[in-house]
Unconditional design. Structure first.
Length: 195
């Protein structure tokens, strides 16, 4: 039997094909710039319409307030200023109100690890399961038992201790479940004294 050999010759582009492709690329680039210009003009038109709408809305509102001589705008400004003061004192000076405890903006917030994963338990674990997981993790990561792991064991032991401190107290655990961060130091100190 005779084998049939088929040779595939590579396609060569001629100079005309290359110039045609270059022309198409130039035309596409011109079309892209046209579309971008149209987008920018539409955006400016939208912003001017939005500004006109807001101006007419403000004029109508001011006219209605002036007609009735009410001080509702003063009341709104008062409420807004009180809210700003509350946020300022709460977050910048880290005041803890009895009904609203969140970490402040300038408080050192490190990336809080997932304490449930650190102890290798689920979120619905009981106190006994938390204690058992804590003991097992400490046996696994304690630097005296694993001298070869060095700095990793020290950091893991710190994380395990911190996770146990947070999850072993009901109040700090609820805080962690709600906000996903470590509780404030005052709450942790209170939890230590309650034990």
């Amino acid at each position: 039997m005779k084998k049939s050999t088929s040779s595939i010759e590579p396609s060569t582009t001629t100079g005309e094909d290359a110039t045609a492709l270059d022309n198409e690329i130039v035309m596409l680039q011109q079309r892209v710039t046209q579309v971008e210009q149209q987008c920018t003009t539409l955006q400016t038109q939208f912003h001017t319409l939005q500004q006109e709408f807001l101006n007419t809305k403000n004029e109508k509102y001011q006219a209605s307030c002036c007609r009735t001589n009410c001080c509702c705008s003063c009341f709104k400004y008062l409420l807004l200023s009180l809210l700003i003061l509350f946020v300022f004192f709460k977050y910048f000076f880290h005041f803890e109100f009895f009904f609203f405890q969140t970490p402040g903006l300038f408080q050192q917030q490190q990336q809080t690890p997932d304490y449930y994963k650190v102890l290798n338990i689920n979120e619905h674990a009981t106190m006994e399961e938390i204690r058992k997981a804590y003991r097992a993790a400490m046996m696994q990561w304690h630097p005296d038992r694993n001298a070869q792991c060095g700095e990793e064991c020290v950091t893991k032991t710190r994380q395990v201790n911190e996770a146990y401190k947070v999850l072993s107290n009901q109040e700090t655990r609820e805080y962690y479940d709600t906000f996903g961060t470590a509780p404030p130091e005052t709450m942790m100190n209170k939890a230590r004294t309650d034990r």
